[in-house]
Design a protein around this ligand. Structure first.
Ligand code: AMP
Ligand code: MG
Length: 332
């Protein structure tokens, strides 16, 4: 069976595309509010509107499936948030005719599901700060079965198929099927081509990525070790799970999220990782925690057992772990 004809793929690809349209409309129409009113910022409206929309589409397509989303409607119930709730309903309502506030709240809270045998996880706007800055963000959705991602979709409205920044879109959509490859299409079409990570294995050739927020990567102590190994090029900075798509495209070769010394218990959320991880793995790349451990998606909504993350084209993975060990030793 054509993987793209599976009901899960039909639902998720359409819902993520619709969500990207809504998110871009929030960005375009509420842009100046971001500076002035942090409490009523477009990112918040976009986060909630996208979660409401995808939740509704999931409920229609797979009423039994539970959704583990990043957002909850709790704070939107406060009277002080009514204006924001109205805006969320207005934006989501462009795709959901007749939407009203109580229904918006119900749909957002359908995302409070608990991880179980089969569930979807959603980061409605991954890369909040990138979204606000007019840079990269991703609508990230994955289906997990028996503790493993089996299908995922990343919608990146500001990313080109060559990893470049696209101010005016159309952006890309990446999809991955466990055992069925990773695929890329322009966001506004259904023209998927297979994704493959790079074949670069020589340090001198490596293209390194990093979160725009330096504190997310916590990678400062790597610089001298990188330099020692000849990985001199300064990293390309990018927000969100768009980074995973860029590795899957073969444009970049590695990035890290390291645990900070000040907060060694820090862990990633599954919606921040599962969608992108499957895209990288199915393109031939590799992802482990910073100690080389396999990702364990069976600890609730957090990757409790996995400190930090190392994402590579596969060829460079063992060397990347070795460099990390060396850096850890150096700073100990
Ligand atoms: P970034 O890739 O830096 O744009 O971050 C994307 C998402 O990952 C955001 O939701 C962050 O809150 C989350 N995140 C980034 N770095 C870390 C980290 N070191 N530990 C836990 N979550 C993180
Ligand atoms: Mg996120």
């Amino acid at each position: 069976m054509d993987l793209f004809k599976k009901p899960e793929a039909l639902f998720a690809l359409k819902a993520v595309r619709e969500a990207c349209v809504i998110a871009e409309r929030v960005a375009a129409e509420m842009a100046h509010d971001a500076q002035d009113k942090p409490d009523n910022s477009p990112v918040t409206v976009a986060d909630f509107a996208v979660q409401a929309l995808i939740s509704e589409r999931l409920e229609k397509a797979f009423p039994q499936d539970c959704l583990v989303g990043e957002e909850s409607a709790d704070e939107l119930r406060a009277p002080a948030r009514t204006a924001m709730l109205n805006q969320i309903t207005a934006f989501a309502g462009r795709a959901l005719a007749g939407l009203h506030n109580p229904e918006t709240l119900r749909l957002i809270d359908r995302g409070k599901g608990k991880p179980c045998k089969r569930f979807w996880t959603l980061d409605p706007i991954d890369g909040t700060k990138g979204f606000l800055r007019g840079e990269q963000y991703a609508v990230a959705l994955a289906l997990l079965e028996n503790g493993r991602p089996v299908f995922s979709v990343l919608g990146c409205p500001r990313l080109g198929a060559d990893g470049s920044f696209q101010k005016k879109g159309p952006g890309i959509i990446a999809a991955a099927f466990a055992g069925g490859g990773a695929w890329l299409s322009p966001l506004d079409q259904e023209k998927f081509t297979r994704l493959h990570v790079s074949a670069r294995s020589q340090v001198a050739d490596l293209h390194v990525l990093r979160s725009v927020e330096a504190s997310h990567a916590n990678a400062d102590h790597l610089a001298p070790v990188f330099a020692k190994h000849g990985i001199a090029a300064s990293p390309m900075l990018m927000d969100s799970q768009a980074k995973y798509a860029v590795v899957a495209m073969g444009v970049s070769d590695l990035f890290f999220y390291l645990v900070s010394r000040r907060n060694p218990a820090q862990r990633m959320k599954i919606w921040d990782v599962a969608p992108g991880a499957l895209v990288v793995e199915e393109a031939g790349g590799k992802i482990t925690d910073m100690q080389g451990g396999t990702l364990d998606y069976t600890c609730g909504d957090t990757l409790e057992k996995n400190p930090g993350l190392v994402i590579t084209n596969g060829l460079y993975h063992d060397k990347a772990l070795e460099i990390l060990r060396e850096a850890e030793k150096a700073r100990a």
